[in-house]
Write a protein that binds this ligand. Structure first.
Ligand code: ZN
Length: 371
C-alpha cells in the first residue's frame, strides 16, 4: 500500500488540512476501483466500514492478490470533520458558505470532449483510454483554479477518482435501510453492488441535478456519448451508497459491510479472492419515484412505521403533535412502495420533509436530490 498525502493550501493563516489516499495493487492497472467515505463528515458508518476493509486489502496485497488498482480515501472531508457547533457535528455543508460538500462538482464533458474531438476510432477500449486521459486533464485544469480549501478538496478527490472504472462513495442517511443510488448506464454493476451490500433498493437516475460526486463520474460519459455517439462506452460505474442511518455504527455491521465491499472488488476483478455476494438483487427503481412525505404541522414527531416496511398510499406512518394546541395530525404516505428512510429528528417544522417511499411510478422530475 502506498499512501499519498495532499496538503490543502489553507484558507486561514496558521491552518492547513490534508487528504490522504491509500493506493493498493498495481499503479495504472485495470480495473481501477476508487472508494471514499465521509464526504459528508457527520456520516460515520461508511468511514468505519473502510477501516474494516483496509486490513482485508493489506492481506490481499501481501498475498499478491490485487491485480487491479484499488484506491481508498478513508476520510474525504477534513473540513467537515472539524466543524462542530451547538455541540453537534455539522458535516454536510461548509459552515462558511453553507455549500453541500456533495454538490457542485464541475462539468467536465465540454472540455474533455474538445480534447478528444477527432481522435476517437472504432476501438471502444482505446476510446475509453483517450477519454479518461482527457477527463484527468480537465480536472487538473479546473483544480488549478481552485480558490478555497473546500473546492480544492473536492477536486483533489476527483483527481484521484475521475479515471476509475468503478467509484463507490460511502454515505449514510438519517434512519434508513441500506440503499444506493446509481445511473442506468451499467445495470449489471448495479445488481452486483446490491447483491454484495444487501441494499434493499437501488434508486436509478441518469442526471439527478446538483452535480453530486457520483454523477461527476457518469454524466460526462453520457454527455460525450450524446456528442460522439456509440464510439463512447459507459466508461465508469459510480454509486452513492447509503449505509443505513446515522447511528448504525458498530464494528459488527462494519465488518459485514467490508466483506461485502471485498465481494464487489472480487466481482469486478480488481481483487482475487473467495468473497462472494451474500444477498439477492434489489429492485432498481426510478429516483423520481421516491415519494417525499412532508410534515403537516410543526411539533413532536412519532412513528408507527419503520424503514424497511412496505407501505401503501395514504397509510398513516406516524403523527405530528402540536404541544400547544394538542392537535395530533397523521403523517401519510403519498405513494406505495418501500419506506426506506426517515428523518432523525423528533421535532419538526411544518412542511419539512420527514420520510421517503421508493415506488415504481415516477412522481418527480428535475432536481431530485435534497439540499
Ligand atoms: Zn451523505
Amino acid at each position: 500500500m502506498t499512501p499519498e498525502i495532499v496538503l490543502l493550501a489553507g484558507d486561514a493563516p496558521g491552518t492547513q488540512r490534508q487528504l490522504i489516499c491509500l493506493r493498493f495493487g498495481v499503479a495504472g492497472a485495470r480495473p481501477k476501483v476508487y472508494l471514499q467515505a465521509g464526504l459528508h463528515a457527520d456520516e460515520m458508518p461508511g468511514v468505519l466500514a473502510l477501516q474494516h476493509l483496509l486490513p482485508l486489502l493489506d492481506a490481499a496485497e501481501a498475498e499478491g492478490k490485487i491485480p487491479g488498482e484499488v484506491l481508498v480515501v478513508p476520510a474525504a472531508n477534513p473540513i467537515g470533520l472539524s466543524q462542530w457547533a451547538f455541540q453537534r457535528p455539522l458535516g454536510r455543508m461548509e459552515a462558511e458558505s453553507l455549500h453541500n460538500f456533495n454538490r457542485g462538482y464541475p462539468d467536465l464533458a465540454t472540455r474533455a470532449g474538445d480534447l478528444v474531438d477527432g481522435l476517437l476510432g472504432d476501438d471502444p477500449a482505446a476510446n475509453a483510454g483517450l477519454i479518461r486521459a482527457a477527463l484527468v486533464q480537465a480536472v487538473a485544469e479546473v483544480r488549478a483554479q481552485a480558490r478555497t480549501d473546500m473546492v480544492e478538496g473536492q477536486l483533489t478527490l476527483l483527481a484521484w477518482s475521475i479515471d476509475a472504472d468503478h467509484v463507490l462513495d460511502l454515505h449514510c442517511d438519517h434512519q434508513a435501510v441500506m440503499h444506493l443510488y446509481a445511473s442506468p448506464a451499467r445495470p449489471a454493476d448495479t445488481s452486483l453492488l446490491c447483491r454484495c451490500t444487501g441494499a434493499r433498493v437501488a434508486l436509478i437516475q441518469d442526471v439527478s441535478g446538483g452535480n453530486a460526486f457520483d454523477e461527476a463520474h457518469t454524466v460526462p460519459w453520457l454527455q460525450l456519448r450524446q456528442r460522439f455517439g456509440d464510439q463512447v462506452p459507459a466508461g465508469c460505474f459510480s454509486s452513492t451508497l447509503e449505509y443505513r442511518g446515522q447511528f448504525d455504527v458498530s464494528d459488527a455491521l462494519a465488518a459485514g459491510d467490508a466483506a461485502g465491499l471485498m465481494a464487489f472488488l472480487v466481482g469486478v476483478g480488481a481483487v482475487i479472492g473467495d468473497a462472494t455476494p451474500l444477498h439477492p438483487d434489489a429492485p432498481h427503481l426510478p429516483l423520481g419515484g421516491a415519494g417525499e412525505v412532508f410534515a403537516p404541522q410543526g411539533g413532536v414527531v412519532t412513528w408507527d412505521s419503520a424503514p424497511g416496511e412496505t407501505v401503501t398510499q395514504g397509510q398513516v406512518l406516524g403523527h405530528v403533535t402540536d404541544p400547544m394546541t394538542r392537535v395530533r395530525q397523521p403523517i401519510r404516505a403519498t405513494n406505495t412502495g418501500l419506506l426506506f428512510r426517515l428523518e432523525l429528528w423528533r421535532s419538526c417544522l411544518r412542511g419539512q420533509s420527514l420520510a421517503h417511499v421508493a415506488g415504481e411510478t415516477v412522481l418527480r422530475n428535475g432536481d431530485l436530490l435534497s439540499d
